[in-house]
Design a protein around this ligand. Sequence first.
Ligand code: FMN
Length: 723
Amino acid sequence: MLRQLHSIPGLVLGLVLIVLSVSGAILSIDPAMERLDARPIAGISVAQMAERVVDFYPDIERIDRRANGVIVVTYTGPDGYHSDLIDPENGYELQPWTASPFMLWLKGLHRSFLLDDTGRAVAGVAAGGMALMALTGLLLLVAALGGWSRLTRPVRGAQTRRWHGTAGRLAVPMLALSALTGAMMSLYNFEYLPDGSADEPDFPFEVDGGPALPVGQLAALQAVPLDDLYRLTFPVAGDPLDVFGLQTNDGSGYVDQATGEALNWLPTTTAQAVSAWVVALHTGQGIWWLGLLLGLGALAIPVLSTTGTLIWLKRRGGRPKVAGLVRAGEADLVILVGSEGGSTWGFAATLATALIDAGRRVHLAAMNDLKPYPKAQALLVLAATYGDGEAPGSAKQFLTLLQRNTGPTMPVAVLGFGDRMFAQYCGYADTVAAALQADGWPQLLETARIDRQSVVDFAAWGRDLGKALNLPLVLDHRLAQPDTVELELISRQDFGEAVKAPAAILSFVAAGAAKLPRFEAGDLVGILPEGSDLPRYYSLASSRRDGMLQISVRKAPGGLCSGQLHALKPGGRIRAFIRPNPDFRPQPHKPVIMVAAGCGVGPMAGFLRGAKAGRGMELYYGARDPGSDYLYETELAGWQSDGRLSHLVTAFSRVEDKAYVQDRIRADADHLREQVARGAQILVCGGSPMAKAVATEVDAALAPLGLSVAGLKAEGRYLEDVY
Ligand SMILES: Cc1cc2nc3c(=O)[nH]c(=O)nc-3n(C[C@H](O)[C@H](O)[C@H](O)COP(=O)(O)O)c2cc1C
């Protein structure tokens, strides 16, 4: 619901908001420019000011003190009204006061799209929509980051998501202010809210009528400091019954030109004071620095609109379409999906279709969309696992939402999707099942696991579910095949034979006339080995800019894919596709400590190849024997001498003075602490036991700082790519 309230106004009003924001940003410069023209002068009264001006302007109509402090005199010339900016020090003209036609046009565009009332109404609705988006966006961000106290933490995920969250967070106070005040100005304009313009003093028909006093001697004008003036209107020359009109910050009324007395004075009403503040807070008139901040905030809108639309398209694109789904409130069965790569959505769609065919009312959503399900009889959670037993993208907020959920509990079945090769096999599904149980959700079925997208395991689980729900359920799932490209091996370097850990660095280019797809170091390449529909993933040791796709592959005993890759000769071809892994990237500008063992050095080599010299990249690298499986030895030496790698520490486990990478971290604890205190990020890549041992040492090293691996993880400063 919150997400819909955020994205629907964004999609509908996107272009309108871009026009409003760009025009608003340019207009926001106006108060600051005007402020530069102001010649502030302290301690003079309106009477003194008027006295200085009348000598130069015998046909004066009025004096305005504009919000930014400039004094403008309007007078009648032979061809109508003219205005001059004057120097309050002496009443001299500084320059003619004319609005630029471009700024007038821009104001018209901003207020009404140059379309009168229809345009004004659209601008008003857009302002209301923007206020709603600022509020819902803030709430979504709080939920994504895990609470208000974490609101300043870095936003994680794909680049579009990071830009959207970061720009939104920086701009939200200014956008909310612009939107609320803009919406109120629209309500004033259509008279749905009183702005006090009708609260005017009565014109005085009874005046002294005697000879006029010099303007400098009028007591009511002497009593008003110039800084409080809004407008002084002069009486028609030679008409003894006419009066001065006086508008100040405190009120408005008239002044008798013969006695200098204030007549029919009306203090500023609450409606007038509020509407003046609303205008000032929207335009920055009188608060030039706020105007500039509002303008900067407005510039975030084109960024937010574009990234928001891309996020929306990606979200829709990743999910299969299922006919006959119902809303959350109507469903008797709810399926929630935790997926990152999208394959679990495919399984969920097969399940939803089979349940709908069996006559059930099914709701299908991401685990991040958990909400109360008033009519549901069972909840089915299909959750993949990433990292080291962690949540996939569409489930990152699930546990937080579960804590807050106030809806009824119901029998639940959790089905984990994972890969037996990982130490935390279906670890996240286990975490979810335990959390649901602790929260009082009864089990419909024992938690089951699907290894490497096995359609056979899935069909078996479907039979169990059918029995539990008393339905004839047949789950016949066909795996969707990703779009692959053909890659050709151009070179290989082999290592580790002597220490019984064969590893190879393989470099590919696109086969034939094709081009390499887009990828960054640390992304994953999915390779489809012959004889299997199931891709195997490897971390990329290069980016497309390097002109090749490189991976380092350890030969797993009996491994189908690694066996085929190790047998590949230059010129040999494979089919592959890219899986972005935007959460595993070095942070810009701050030091980066990389920890890797074995083939885990691959993505680190990719990061180093793309780094600038002096960037503060450090590497702790563990292997077996420097004479056999020291991957990237020559390259690392080169990057050290050209300054890309500032600190290299190696550990070898099959030599006399044997050591593991975690031993080096322990010995280097002081240095590590120092770097983390300077904002360093830690990236770990390699096998799960190594990652665990490293985390233990990092925890010990950081304890004196009151920091921990868990804390750094939450800030995106401790990243793992573990297998
Ligand atoms: C980078 C990466 C990390 C993974 N980590 C784990 C893990 O720790 N435990 C596990 O059981 N499966 C792990 N997997 C396997 C996925 O959970 C499994 O392939 C799942 O079917 C993917 O579902 P999805 O395509 O819907 O995201 C990992 C896969 C990748 C690509």
